[in-house]
Design a protein around this ligand. Structure first.
Ligand SMILES: O=C(O)CCC(=O)C(=O)O
Length: 466
């Protein structure tokens, strides 16, 4: 059982005391049939208050509160824009804030230019050839990836298999990451850390979004291999450097038509999907950590007011005595709230036992295992069915009522995909991509994309700048 981490220092008042990785998926039962909201979203005119729920306070909120951009027609080609035409502010306002996917073409931004070197596999072999990696393996040519069957090998052996031998059954995807003493997962796997001088932690284009995980994807397929229909929990910047990828996308508005393996609890206005027993805030913090962070923040503020009251007493200011009494009561309440939050976290841990389950204890390091069989966020709809109307009619009829968007991402292009958009990706040729995941924004300001300081504070505590 993992020990509870120490309480947050007051200086970092909004720090989360401990967070479950909300990216971990646990197997769950099949989705119940929840009817989707009727109104399709307009493709334009997303207002600045995009992420505010419009449900009156006394009404039961609908399960799907998605309020961002949705695919406007049955089969829609995603537009492409020139990278040179957008500043980070414009990109935030027109795409990130509106939850609108887009393809970016043109010369890679300066801060990403060094990753061009990766196109030469010899460069990668020299840098990380001896590293050991977990590689996904599919058992037949028909099977899609994303099933969680992994084997360990050196990066060199993996490249030898797929490039020299033309093998298309192995695929390099997300890797396990280490956790720090608080159990907070690292941003990157050891593999990516060995290449960290080649890319920024926070690409300029993504403005003030806080990164959550950075990965490399490598495969080889003549006829195209599919990753399987699923969604992720974070905003994705997907940069293709070699090969070609065809994406099929569905917005979170169509979640109930996607036959997810997990039992749907809620779709937040910004699209973030929650499954039962895994509820989070819209920006993806688990509820207990969020409550703990808020309580810690209030305690910090109460301490400050107590200090001010003590100064007022020393200076003999009128009303200082009452001010001190009020401040003491406030601090007492705030401390109680912190203790309550910590107790809730303890209870949650001992009930589910799941926090520990996500780690493998090595000598001193702990590994956050990112691979889960049958994850909630995958669809039961086989990729091979998606182009077969008859099969869909028989097995998954709701999919036929969802609007799909398509795009081809060629080498040198980027896809921006907001959190919880469903996607099925087919990769062609020897393919290589770098992807960033960012915590999903729920605010509406380029400078402050999150409604609280939870992720910015977490990031600046761990990595220094934010
Ligand atoms: O490139 C792929 O095969 C899948 C990528 C993907 O699903 C993702 O980035 O979320």
């Amino acid at each position: 059982m993992q020990k509870r981490p120490p309480s947050p220092p007051l200086a970092a008042a909004t720090r989360c005391t401990k967070r479950k990785s909300t990216d971990q998926e646990r197997p769950s039962s099949h989705i119940t049939n929840q009817l989707p909201p009727k109104a399709a979203k307009s493709s334009v005119n997303i207002r600045a208050d995009t992420f505010k729920s419009s449900t009156p306070p006394d009404a039961i909120p609908p399960i799907n509160q998605y309020n961002g951009w949705a695919v406007p027609t049955k089969e829609y080609n995603l537009p492409t824009i020139d990278i040179a035409d957008v500043t980070p502010e414009i990109f935030y306002t027109k795409y990130i804030q509106c939850r609108r996917p887009v393809v970016l073409k043109g010369v890679l931004p300066d801060d990403l230019s060094l990753i061009e070197q990766w196109k030469d596999f010899n460069y990668l072999l020299e840098k990380v050839g001896d590293q050991s990696v977990m590689v996904e393996k599919r058992s037949s040519d028909k099977e899609s990836f994303g099933k969680g069957n992994e084997i360990k090998m050196s990066f060199r052996r993996f490249l030898h298999l797929i490039i020299d031998r033309g093998d298309d059954r192995h695929y390099l995807t997300t890797q396990d990451v280490e956790a720090n003493s608080d159990g907070r997962p690292d941003l990157m796997s050891p593999l990516m850390k060995s290449l960290k001088n080649d890319f920024p932690l926070r690409p300029v284009l993504m403005g003030n979004l806080v990164p959550q995980n950075i990965n490399m994807w490598i495969g080889n397929s003549k006829d195209g291999t599919s990753s399987g229909l699923h969604h992720d929990y974070h905003d994705n910047l997907y940069i293709v450097l070699k090969g070609r990828k065809r994406f099929r996308l569905y917005s979170p508005l169509d979640t109930e038509k996607m036959y997810t393996k997990g039992e749907l609890a809620r779709v937040h206005p910004n699209g973030r999907i929650n499954y039962k027993r895994e509820e989070t805030t819209a920006y993806g913090a688990d509820l207990l950590s969020d409550a703990a962070a808020l309580a810690a923040k209030q305690r910090g503020e109460a301490e400050k007011r107590l200090y001010e009251a003590e100064l007022a007493m020393e200076e003999g200011k009128p009303g200082a005595h009452e001010q001190l009494e009020r401040a003491e009561q406030e601090l007492e309440k705030a401390i109680d709230a912190v203790l309550d939050a910590e107790m809730c976290e303890d209870d949650d841990e001992s009930e589910s036992g799941s926090y520990d389950d996500q780690y493998e204890y090595g000598d001193r390091r702990r590994i956050v295992d990112k691979t889960v069989k049958n994850p909630n966020n995958f669809s039961n709809v086989e990729a091979s069915c998606l182009n077969d109307e008859e099969k869909l009619k028989q097995k998954y009829p709701r999919v036929l009522h969802a609007n799909a968007a398509f795009c081809d991402i060629e080498a040198g292009s980027i896809l921006y995909l907001p959190a919880s958009w469903f996607h099925e990706v087919t990769s062609y040729g020897a393919s290589l991509a770098l992807n960033y995941w960012f915590h999903p924004p729920d605010g509406h300001d380029f400078m402050a994309p999150y409604s609280t300081g939870f992720w910015p504070n977490d990031y600046s505590e761990r990595f220094g700048d934010c």
